[in-house]
Write a new protein. Structure first.
Ligand code: FA5
Ligand code: MG
Length: 456
């Protein structure tokens, strides 16, 4: 059994994206439906919640130290998205089940880090003309094959940021105390805050996040990490203070404002070491806001800035905008409905008033998964993201959620049974049962055609 996306891609020899034409091949799994999102540039519509969120975050990374940039074209090479960043050959992020391939060497970027090298090279080129600019932010649309629910959408927006310090050109390690002192002096320029940080220094595991000992001294890494943490804490505290104010304004005085708390958690990224995630305690739970770390020196060496050290971070704009504006479903960001769009104004953080909640229409599909072919047959393993892609291709934004509700293996035949529940619900109108049935019949049919499942 072969992946459905392969069949779909075989229908066209070329994909046209942002005016350029790309040859397709057996790697291609980018659908027209996904490509219909390219070029919307929601972050540039100044009254759109994503643009308001972008501005708020950019205001925490101002000129002349930071340039604030955007990257319109989502097509990057696998080298930019993975190789340059040190992704190992077997990293799951590279697989066709997780990433939209245009062809074997070209993908829709899965993260803004795909542009890190280009921005480091730019800092180096602009060294004479803009010497103060030692950092940047960049916002862009990113694409991932993923689950379908109210907080996941195959297209979302990330903002990445980085800041570098120049070291003496000769034997930088010997002058690392000097570099650390410079960075520590810069930390004192960042205003402090009084929000509790629960775990300011989580244990760093030396295998996951080794000291890059041939390039960095422990005290430099300490200084870069401290500058990174203070900068990002300040940014999220600004964002969440605005969110709390908006929440308090809309609910009057009957709701106790929740005290803000943040914490640091150790993380892993191939292009930073050490690496962390920043989490915020919001409405009763810890939420992951961003990933970050001390940039791998090899990446800087390969990006024309061998004598600089620094940090980088990447965050999801939707995740923050949903909290800021109280937006309950990630599909809403793509809505062209005036009842949504008219609620937002540039520079204002306001609570979204849901204009309707149409009835959910649940339909289940249960099937037997065929046994995997022998490895020699080159079988593509059944992956949940392929089910998601079938549903997405047929239902588009009319599907709110897809979840696996039952799974078991028959004790005698060893065949596996799965049951997915699909919630068909439009954000804008009430679907008829006939419409939902029609979509659901197509989903059932395509599961049989593409994967050879046996419906139950
Ligand atoms: C990355 O994408 C790294 N490139 C981040 C990074 C940059 C690390 C620079 C170090 C240095 P990750 O996959 O965890 O990491 O995504 C980063 C952020 O994007 C998450 O913290 C989250 O805020 C957001 N995000 C990730 N997946 C989704 C999704 N499916 N929907 C919405 N937001 C998401
Ligand atoms: Mg993460």
């Amino acid at each position: 059994w072969t992946a459905q996306s392969t069949k779909q891609a075989k229908q066209v020899a070329n994909l046209k994206i942002e005016g350029d034409s790309y040859k397709t091949d057996q790697w291609t799994n980018t659908t027209d439906q996904i490509l219909s999102h390219v070029g919307r540039r929601l972050y540039l519509d100044e009254n759109h919640p994503l643009a308001i969120t972008r501005k708020l975050i950019e205001s925490q990374f101002p000129a002349p130290v930071f340039g604030n940039y955007l990257e319109k074209n989502p097509v990057v090479t696998t080298a930019q998205n993975f190789d340059v960043l040190g992704f190992p050959a077997d990293h799951p992020g590279r697989s066709r089940t997780d990433t939209y391939y245009v062809n074997d060497k070209t993908v829709l970027r899965t993260h803004t880090s795909a542009h890190q090298q280009a921005y480091f090279q730019q800092l180096n080129r602009n060294e004479q003309t803009r010497p103060e600019e030692v950092g940047y932010t960049v916002i862009a649309d990113v694409y991932r094959r993923d689950a379908i629910d109210r907080s996941h959408y195959p297209v979302f927006h990330q903002m990445e940021g980085a800041m570098l310090w120049k070291r003496p050109e000769n034997n930088p390690l010997a002058s690392s105390a000097e570099t650390a002192a410079k960075i520590n002096a810069d930390i004192d320029l960042i205003p402090t805050h009084d929000v509790p940080v629960e775990d300011p220094n989580p244990t760093i595991h030396p295998q996951r996040n080794p000291l890059q000992a041939e390039h960095h001294s422990a005290e430099e890494v300490e200084a870069i990490g401290a500058h990174l943490k203070r900068s990002l804490e300040r940014m999220v505290i600004k964002v969440f203070t605005e969110a709390s104010k908006a929440a308090a304004a809309s609910s009057g005085s009957d709701v106790e404002p929740e005290p803000l708390k943040v914490r640091w958690v150790e993380a892993y990224f191939p292009f930073t070491s050490p690496s962390w995630e920043l989490e915020v305690f919001w409405q009763g739970e810890w939420l992951e806001i961003l990933g970050c770390g001390v940039i791998q020196q090899n990446l800087l060496i390969n990006s024309d800035v061998p004598h600089r050290v620094g940090w980088a971070f990447g965050l999801g704009i939707e995740r923050i905008a949903m909290l800021l504006f109280n937006i309950p479903d990630i599909r809403l960001f793509w809505s062209r409905d005036e009842r949504f769009l008219s609620q937002f104004r540039a520079g204002q953080i306001t609570r979204f008033e849901p204009f309707s909640k149409h009835p959910a229409c649940y339909k289940d599909v249960a099937f037997w998964v065929p046994p995997p072919l022998s490895a020699a047959g080159g079988a593509v393993p059944f992956h949940e993201n392929d089910v998601m892609e079938i549903v997405r291709g047929i239902g588009g934004d009319l599907v709110e959620d897809v979840s696996l509700i039952d799974e078991f293996t028959h004790p005698k035949t060893q065949r596996k049974s799965m049951c997915y529940r699909i919630n068909y619900r439009s954000l804008e109108r009430t679907l008829t049962n006939e419409e939902a049935n029609e979509m659901h019949d197509q989903v059932r049919k395509q599961l049989v055609d593409d994967f050879g499942v046996e419906l139950r």
